[in-house]
Design a binder for this molecule. Structure first.
Ligand SMILES: C[S@@+](CC[C@H](N)C(=O)[O-])C[C@H]1O[C@@H](n2cnc3c(N)ncnc32)[C@H](O)[C@@H]1O
Length: 333
C-alpha cells in the first residue's frame, strides 16, 4: 500500500510596507546630514536591495567574525536558550535581513508566529517567500519600517509577550545613550516579552579593523553604495570613484567608524529638498574630507548587562564564544 503524505496547507507571508526610502522625510534627513558641518549619512541608508545583498556577502568573508561567532554561540547553546526562553511564542526579528539567523532557531524555539521587521522591504519580501517555502504552515508577517527614530510596530504585529530577536550586534549602530532608549522602547512594546540580542565585544584592533575593511573590498562597496543610494534619492551627482572607504577603531569611544573620504576636491549638487535646514543644494568636499556613515560600538559584558538593567530588564543571562569575542544576551522581565 502506498502512503499519501498528509497535506500541509501552504500559507502566504503577509507584508506591510510602512516605510518608503524615497519619501520626503528620508530625503530631508539625507540632505541635512550631508550638509552638516561634519557630513554624515545615517547607516539605515546602507540598505537598499543591493546593500542588503552586499551585507549578506560580507557575512561570508573570512575577516567578518561576528556572524560566524554568533552562529557558533547559537549552535552550542541553543538548548539552554530554548530552556530559558520557552517555546511556542511569537518571534519578532528586528533588522531581519535574509531571516536566516531566526530560521536557524526555529527548531529550538518552535515559534507560533514569526514577525520580521526591516527597512529593506523588497529584500525582506523575497526572504519571507523563501522562508515560507521551507515552513509552509508557519504564520509569517513582514513589516517594512524604519525603527531608528522610534520603535512603534502596527497592531497587526501583536507582539505582547513575544521574544524580540535583535542579532548581529546591530544595537552597536546606536550610541550607548540611544541604545538605552531603544531597549526601553522594545521592552515597553513587548509588554512582558523578552529580548534575545547579539552584542559584539571589545577585542584587539587587529581583529576589529579588517572585519570592516576586507581584502576583497566588499565592505568598501557596501559603504560606497550609499553614494549610489544618495544619487537615487536626492537626484545628486556623486561619483563613487571620488571617495574611498575608511574603517577605523576609535578606542576612546570604543567603536568602529566607517567613513567615505574624498580623494580630491569634489563638488556635489542636488535639487533643493523642501525643509532641509540650510536651503543649499550641494556642497564641496575638500580632499581628505569625510562623510561619517556608520558607528559600530563594541561593549564589555558588564557594560552591556548594565545597559539592559538600566533599560528595565531584571533577569539577564548571556552566552559567549571561547574567545569572548561576541555575546548573546537573554533579557527578561
Ligand atoms: C547588520 S544587518 C543585520 C542583518 C541580520 N539580522 C544579521 O544579523 O545578519 C542590519 C539589518 O537591519 C536593517 N536595518 C538597518 N537600519 C534599520 C532601520 N532603521 N529600521 C529597520 N531596519 C533597519 C537592515 O536592512 C539590515 O537587514
Amino acid at each position: 500500500m502506498t502512503m499519501t503524505p498528509f497535506p500541509v496547507a501552504q500559507k502566504k507571508p503577509q507584508l506591510l510596507r510602512l516605510h518608503h526610502q524615497d519619501d520626503e522625510a528620508s530625503r530631508v534627513e539625507l540632505a541635512t546630514g550631508l550638509l552638516a558641518e561634519v557630513s554624515s549619512i545615517a547607516p539605515k541608508f546602507l540598505y537598499d536591495a543591493l546593500g542588503s545583498r552586499l551585507f549578506a556577502a560580507i557575512t561570508e568573508l573570512p575577516e567578518y567574525y561576528p556572524t560566524r561567532t554568533e552562529a557558533a554561540i547559537f549552535t552550542t547553546h541553543k538548548a539552554a536558550m530554548a530552556a530559558a526562553i520557552g517555546t511556542g511564542r511569537t518571534l519578532v526579528d528586528l533588522g531581519a535581513g535574509n531571516c536566516e539567523k531566526a530560521a536557524n532557531l526555529f527548531d529550538a524555539l518552535m515559534p507560533a508566529r514569526y514577525v520580521a521587521v526591516d527597512i529593506s522591504a523588497d529584500y525582506l519580501s523575497d526572504a519571507l517567500d523563501f522562508l515560507q517555502f521551507r515552513h509552509p504552515a508557519m504564520d509569517l508577517l513582514g513589516i517594512g519600517i524604519d525603527f531608528s527614530t522610534t520603535f512603534t510596530l502596527p497592531p497587526q504585529a501583536d507582539i505582547e509577550d513575544c521574544v524580540v530577536f535583535y542579532p548581529g550586534s546591530s544595537i552597536g549602530n546606536f550610541t550607548p545613550v540611544q541604545a538605552e532608549v531603544f531597549l526601553r522602547q522594545i521592552r515597553a512594546a513587548a509588554k512582558g516579552g523578552g529580548l534575545l540580542i547579539g552584542v559584539d565585544l571589545v577585542k584587539p584592533v587587529s581583529v576589529l579593523e579588517p572585519a570592516y575593511d576586507d581584502a576583497l573590498g566588499v565592505t568598501a562597496a557596501f559603504n560606497r553604495n550609499m553614494l549610489t543610494i544618495s544619487n537615487r534619492l536626492l537626484d545628486a551627482d556623486f561619483n563613487v570613484s571620488d571617495f574611498r572607504h575608511i574603517a577605523c577603531f576609535n578606542s576612546r569611544e570604543s567603536r568602529i567608524e566607517m567613513h567615505l573620504e574624498a580623494l580630491r576636491e569634489v563638488t556635489v549638487c542636488w535639487p533643493d529638498v523642501n525643509g532641509a535646514s540650510t536651503g543649499k543644494s550641494g556642497r564641496v568636499f575638500h580632499a581628505g574630507e569625510r562623510i561619517h556613515t556608520e558607528n559600530s560600538y563594541k561593549y564589555t559584558l558588564d557594560h552591556f548587562a548594565t545597559l539592559l538593567h538600566v533599560a528595565g530588564y531584571t533577569k539577564i543571562r548571556y552566552w559567549t564564544d571561547p574567545n569572548d569575542w561576541f555575546a548573546v544576551f537573554w533579557a527578561d522581565h
